[in-house]
Design a binder for this molecule. Structure first.
Ligand SMILES: *Cc1c(COP(=O)(O)O)cnc(C)c1O
Length: 388
């Protein structure tokens, strides 16, 4: 019998006072809901409005809603929910890229230096070199696993841990200390982990940015981003940026996202258990190389991930040697969809090189869905056999 690696980590045990003593499932179900009111739904439906009625005399100061770009109650409920889970103030954006580029454009000024992950989300790196550098912001790239250069003279450090798609990790608390000693701000892209997987603000980060398109909402039906921070100054800066550039999510997407949050604990638990089972099956195969899943005891990311993260994500990466073999594997599978993105209900496989990501031709990011573990392992095993 092969030993199935654990999907949760020692860091997962904590119910902290900041959570009101509640566990993750409870927190997700109740996050951001308004006080119960007889005759009202648990989660109010989406409010669709561009302008709202104004008080004819007092104007926009008389009510919280004046115009849809800055003001939407559905979005505010969602922001309250994500803010509760991250432990800070939250702003929702139209996509993860909208949130991350807001951070990178609103905080550093020309002449500043930002440090970005060399192995992080590819479009962020592309944006940094195609846009940030042309407006005079110096960009330094460092691998997520380090070593990190001295941070003196750096204005903003953006970490992505675990990094997408290679799944390396770094020690957020240690780098927050180093950044603060050098006078830099530390931000963490928390997309892969989600706020149930790790809480960067508690670990000392100044800001969290993330895509809510992936595991956070998890139904493969919307785009969302957010920024979270405990600093009112940074929140105000980001709000001014968002409300003037207009990168806000629509009311229906915000509502769908909030509705999806209630099942985050359940979805992540099954995805993580599926990843554990798939990783255990893949590691026994000589035809699969470069297997990475931070939950494996001998994974290079294991020590930091199990100390820092509250649960391990449902993403496994590996190499099948060639694009043709990846295609044969996905064609032979009955349960694995060929698709990009990750963290959804359905298991998907993405050959990252087809998008221009600087990974090997046969590199696959497999995102485990919430199917039954035995079905998934049997299907993937049979598909790999057929693709040999
Ligand atoms: C997907 C992703 C983004 C971008 O998010 P979108 O919602 O697609 O704009 C940013 N960072 C990471 C780590 C991602 O995986």
């Amino acid at each position: 019998m092969t030993e199935t690696p654990a999907a949760t980590t020692p860091a997962a045990t904590g119910r902290t006072p900041a959570d009101g003593g509640y566990g993750d499932g409870t927190r997700c179900v109740h996050a951001g809901l308004p006080e119960p009111a007889p005759g009202q739904p648990f989660l109010p439906g989406p409010v669709f409005a561009a302008p709202y009625h104004l008080d004819p005399a007092a104007g926009p100061t008389a009510a919280p809603n004046g115009y849809g770009r800055p003001d939407n109650p559905t979005r505010r409920h969602l922001e309250a929910a994500i803010g509760e889970l991250e432990g800070g103030g939250c702003l929702a954006f139209a996509s993860g890229q909208a949130a991350i580029t807001a951070l990178l454009l609103a905080v550093p000024r020309p002449g500043d230096t930002v440090l970005l992950p060399a192995d992080g989300y590819f479009p962020v790196r592309a944006f940094a070199t195609s846009m940030l550098e042309t407006i005079g912001v110096r960009v330094v790239f460092t691998p997520t696993a380090g070593p990190y250069p001295p941070l003196d003279g750096v204005r903003l450090v953006l970490l992505e841990t675990p990094a997408n798609p290679g799944l390396d990790v770094c020690d957020i608390a240690e780098l927050a200390e180093r950044a603060h000693a050098a006078g830099a701000l530390l931000a963490v892209d928390n997309t892969t982990a989600t706020p149930l997987g790790q809480r960067p603000l508690e670990l000392g980060a100044d800001l969290v940015v993330a895509s809510g398109t992936k595991a956070l909402t998890g139904h493969s039906d919307l785009l969302l981003g957010y920024l979270a921070t405990r600093s009112t100054e940074l929140l105000d800066t980001a709000r001014a940026w968002r409300d003037t550039t207009g990168s806000v999510p629509g009311a229906f997407d915000a509502w769908l996202a909030h509705r999806s949050l209630a099942t985050l604990d359940l979805r992540l638990a099954r995805q993580s258990a599926n990843a554990a089972a798939v990783a255990a099956a893949l590691r026994a195969r000589p035809d699969v190389t470069g297997l990475r899943w931070p939950g494996l005891a001998d994974d290079p990311a294991h020590a930091v991930a199990s100390a820092q993260m509250r649960r391990i994500p449902g993403i496994v990466s590996f190499d099948l040697g060639s694009a043709a073999r990846v295609a044969r594997f996905i064609e032979a599978s009955r349960l694995v969809f060929a698709a990009t993105s990750f963290g959804g209900l359905h298991t998907t496989a993405d050959r990252r090189a087809q998008w221009g990501d600087d990974t090997a031709e046969g590199f696959v990011r497999l995102s485990c869905g919430i199917e039954d573990p035995a079905d998934l392992v049997a299907d993937i095993t049979a598909a790999l056999d057929a693709a040999r």
